[in-house]
Design a protein around this ligand. Structure first.
Ligand code: AMP
Length: 412
């Protein structure tokens, strides 16, 4: 019976899902959908592999209960399986800490170890784990696989991985992890065909969250996010790099608590904070308000500045890859970034940049820039098939080995 894989990517206001089937050895997308918070409503939309609409339904009745939501989603998926057999669910998990350096079959014990990493990603980790726990409860026999956003950066070593803090804190796990690893893994898999022979590549994952990855021969050697998803670039609602002295000042002079700072740093800063209007580049680009332009300029300035820093780690730069919602879709941002990198040998082709997909620099450009669509789901689906398709690796075997290695102690 043909095998099917379900992928789940639980974000702040939506759960994206994908249903893949194996066709002549390759995975093909059958259904792509989303359950999204829209005001007070919960809407489920889905399209088939050709982009034709399959569903647009009000699921608000399931809004109050994670179990009810995933029961309905699994029922819907199973009704659309046809002759295929669902062999696994693959999940995006934001943080794998130091120990989870590759995708893994999920068990109750593994999920509990992953919960222990919540202090490292207090807002994102619980969202990643909620669907896993719901499915463990609803369909305990359905194999589940966790794929980590941090795992692609396991190849980053000191000095790039270190903070200049006492070693005891580093030993506790306070180090630079990096995120958006599934998007970077997708780009890395495309590099040999897309940019053959280009060894030193900066990948810009520019979405609501944003980071850069310095890739040498397809492996991460540096990245702009660090211990948390707050570091590095300006983002939709996060400031990126911020002098820690600002936090000390706000605590002392404004009496701000941990929760106040968390709200400021995750929800009220970034392009939303600078513009006072929106976190969305689409809204900002079409606004006449000078603060909107200031926010976009600051965003692009910091992408360019950090690209130069990544090029320094790489000791050169052959290519830049733009991906993520902004990287794929905003010619304005790509142009502003590339214009600041002319000195590094980036010569943008304005017409190609407006068209968007593929190479956006001139034939003579020393550095080739390209724009491609992010596809974290295919990376998750492939790992889920590797771990659960065909001859399945027993969950207990893979998890026991992993659990015996877990040593990270996170202070609460
Ligand atoms: P992501 O987090 O990768 O889904 O990216 C979301 C962000 O991408 C949005 O907040 C927008 O700023 C940006 N975006 C999405 N679609 C477009 C578009 N067509 N043009 C410009 N920016 C876009």
């Amino acid at each position: 019976m043909p095998e099917a894989i379900l992928t789940l990517n639980a974000g702040s206001s939506s759960i994206k899902f994908g249903l893949y089937t194996s066709e002549s050895g390759n995975l093909a997308i059958r259904v792509k959908g989303e359950v999204e918070d829209v005001g007070d409503d919960l809407r489920m939309t889905a399209k088939d592999g050709y982009g034709a609409r399959l569903a647009d339904e009000d699921w608000s009745g399931e809004a109050g209960s994670t179990d009810a939501l995933f029961r309905r989603l699994l029922d819907w998926i199973e009704a659309h399986l046809g002759d295929d057999h669902l062999v696994a669910v693959g999940h995006r998990i934001v943080h794998g800490g130091r120990d989870f350096q590759d995708s893994i079959r999920l068990t109750v014990d593994i999920v509990s170890a992953l919960k222990g990493l919540t202090p490292l990603a207090p807002l994102h980790q619980p969202r990643s784990l909620a669907p896993i726990e719901a499915i463990l409860e609803l369909r305990p026999d359905l194999p589940q696989v966790g794929c980590f956003d941090t795992a692609f950066h396991r190849t980053i070593v000191p000095p790039a991985s270190r903070y200049a803090i006492p070693s005891a804190l580093e030993d506790e796990g306070i180090r630079r992890y990096g995120f958006h690893g599934l998007s970077y893994a997708h780009v890395a898999s495309r590099l040999p065909d897309m940019l053959p022979g280009r060894r030193k590549v900066v990948v810009a994952h520019l979405g609501n969250g944003a980071s850069l990855c310095a890739m040498r021969d397809g492996r991460s050697v540096d990245t702009t996010m660090g211990f948390s998803a707050l570091d590095g670039l300006v983002m939709g609602t996060r400031p990126g790099l911020l002098d820690p002295g600002v936090l000390l000042f706000l605590m002392k002079e404004h009496g701000m608590s941990h929760d106040d700072l968390e709200d400021l740093l995750y929800r009220r800063s970034g392009m939303l904070g600078v513009s006072g209007l929106s976190a969305d580049i689409r809204v900002l680009s079409s606004s006449d308000d000078p603060r909107a332009r200031e926010a976009i300029d600051l965003f692009a300035f910091r992408v360019a500045r950090e690209t130069a820093a990544m090029a320094n780690t790489l000791e050169g730069l052959d290519s830049i890859v733009f991906t993520g919602g902004i990287g794929e879709n905003s010619p304005l941002v790509r142009r502003l970034v590339c214009e600041r990198l002319v000195w590094l040998g980036v010569a943008i082709d304005p017409a190609a940049n407006e068209r968007g997909s593929g190479i956006i620099t001139t034939d003579g450009s020393k550095v080739t820039a390209v724009a491609i669509a992010a596809d974290e789901e295919i990376v998750i689906a492939e790992d889920a098939r590797r771990l659960c398709g065909g001859t399945c690796i027993p969950a207990e075997a893979s998890s026991r080995k992993m659990l015996s290695r877990i040593s990270l102690k996170v202070r609460k």
